[in-house]
Design a protein around this ligand. Sequence first.
Ligand code: NAD
Length: 256
Amino acid sequence: MRLENKVALITGGANGVKGDLMGFGGACAWRFVQEGAKVVIADLDASNGEETAKQIKKEAGNAEFIRLDVTKDSDWKSAVDFTIKAYGKLDILVNCAGTASVERVEDTTEEIWDAQMDVHAKGALLGTQAVLPLMIAHGSGSIINLSSINGLIGSQSSTAYHAAKGAVRLLTKNTAIQHAKDGVRANSVHPGYADTPMTKPLFSDEDALALRLNKVPLGRLGTADEIANGIIYLASDESSFVTGSELVIDGGMTAQ
Ligand SMILES: NC(=O)c1ccc[n+]([C@@H]2O[C@H](COP(=O)([O-])OP(=O)(O)OC[C@H]3O[C@@H](n4cnc5c(N)ncnc54)[C@H](O)[C@@H]3O)[C@@H](O)[C@H]2O)c1
């Protein structure tokens, strides 16, 4: 019970329906509850989100769903109010919502750029701003932002995604530095290529998959559970001296 008595708000957690391929947020929702936490799943996808919360409630413990667009400040206020009404406090924020983009520099339109910056960088900023007052008042809190290996290194594609994930990395460090004195920790997670609903369309293409796996020393895709394992550590008090750090979970890809 590594998260006993903790309350977590997890964005992008809708893909947690049993029997379906899970995303990182969906896997976290299950694993957090199994470790003793109460969770609110917040996502644009109400259908899968409601179903995930329903299944967790039936089989594991406390889970609720609220529809949230991470790019909208008013939605964040509602999600935080909802969490407080449901569970009375908020200890952990996992900023996991995201979308993919694949374009090279010259093909990155303003619309693609803005959409990537909005969902990843602005979404994480608005979420951080929404939970900070509560965490400061409580004297503790853990914010975990999903960046990516693409927030650490460049590649032949996904320009706006890389830039947005790089912004998430440094937003995390600023949050960590500015709020360490308040007892609030912030860390970024940098997954490598993993098998989730978001990547399924791209990795179903054999050539695109082989191109990527060739660069991974462990030679396979990661799973949502393997990423959730790292997020649980950062959410729990086991990581009480860890803030402003980057947890890379990538099968060795960025070690070379
Ligand atoms: N899968 C990978 O290989 C990989 C690697 C590195 C980083 N990541 C990052 O990890 C996070 C989770 O990815 P995943 O692959 O598990 O995703 P996933 O398949 O679970 O899908 C992401 C979720 O975010 C939700 N979402 C999208 N836009 C939203 C918005 N505006 N407001 C609220 N919810 C929104 C979607 O509805 C979906 O449920 C993302 O930030 C992604 O960029 C993924």
